[in-house]
Design a protein around this ligand. Structure first.
Ligand SMILES: [Mg+2]
Length: 268
């Protein structure tokens, strides 16, 4: 089955220091010109993602990305003309649920903090207040342990915990990258089996683990546990890091499944 939609995490999957290199932009333009949809799926907010795109000279007039999923799946926007318009039904529902999540954090935040302390884990920085719960650990290992215990002990409906390197943040459990990507691919009428998701860290797990039926890939710099997840899902682990690795991964799927695209054109 040919790949018809590619969804990519931004930081350390596509961008290095919040910038998309010109050769990567050109590559994306080529695949989009061949009718493949390209979607950004990032934990960053829409405003930041659009700033990074503009600084990388990726303007809406180029025709991609056709959708931007932001805030760990909370918001979806589709490219329409020169602008990005909201998936109103989805965004409104998630906004409501976000309020409920913030209330849950208000009830439980202190309890979670205590749990971490009992594990002898001490975050370097923390932001725990009504509506927000974020911790930063020096060691990735500690963040992993802390997240494991938080996930195990938390039975709250709208909260889950995401980790990115040493950072842990409470996030909306009913959004996340996989669920929101399923929503966007439905919008484009593309079955999950023709969607390729690419990411590098734990907050990408939801779209890489096969739960929604997407194909998956990771650049060489991805977290070891993410590589394992992608491997288990029969995905592709690139030999190269970040943007180059992402291109390598896309090429491997296109050459395997989209034979009509021609080999040479997709090389950097
Ligand atoms: Mg990333």
């Amino acid at each position: 089955m040919p790949v018809k939609l590619i969804a990519c995490d931004l930081d350390n999957t596509l961008t290095e220091n919040a910038f998309i290199l010109p050769e990567i932009k050109d590559f994306l333009q080529k695949i989009v010109n061949r009718g493949i949809k390209f979607v950004i799926n990032s934990g960053r907010c829409l405003k930041e993602i659009r700033r990074i795109l503009l600084e990388s000279k990726i303007y809406p007039s180029l025709g991609f990305p056709q959708a931007i999923i932001s805030g760990q799946g909370v918001n979806i926007h589709y490219l329409k003309g020169e602008d990005y318009v909201a998936d109103e039904v989805w965004n409104k529902e998630k906004e409501e649920q976000l309020k409920l999540m913030q209330r849950e954090i208000g009830w439980e935040g202190i309890k979670w903090e205590k749990l971490i302390k009992e594990m002898n884990l001490f975050p370097k920085e923390k932001r725990i207040s009504y509506g927000s719960f974020a911790l930063k650990f020096d060691r990735e290992k500690d963040a992993k342990l802390a997240r494991d215990v938080l996930i195990q002990k938390n039975h709250i409906k709208y909260v889950t915990f995401l980790r990115n390197k040493g950072y842990i943040t409470a996030s909306l459990s009913t959004a996340l990258k996989g669920k929101s990507l399923a929503r966007a691919s439905q919008h484009f009428n593309i079955p999950a089996s023709q969607v390729l998701a690419i990411g590098d860290s734990q907050n990408d797990e939801d779209m890489l683990n096969g739960k929604f039926g997407f194909l998956s890939a990771a650049p060489s710099n991805a977290d070891e546990e993410i590589k394992e997840i992608v491997n288990k899902n029969g995905g592709y682990i690139a030999l190269q890091p970040i943007g180059k690795g992402t291109i390598e991964a896309i090429n491997s799927f296109l050459l395997k499944n989209n034979t009509y695209l021609g080999k040479k054109e997709f090389r950097l």
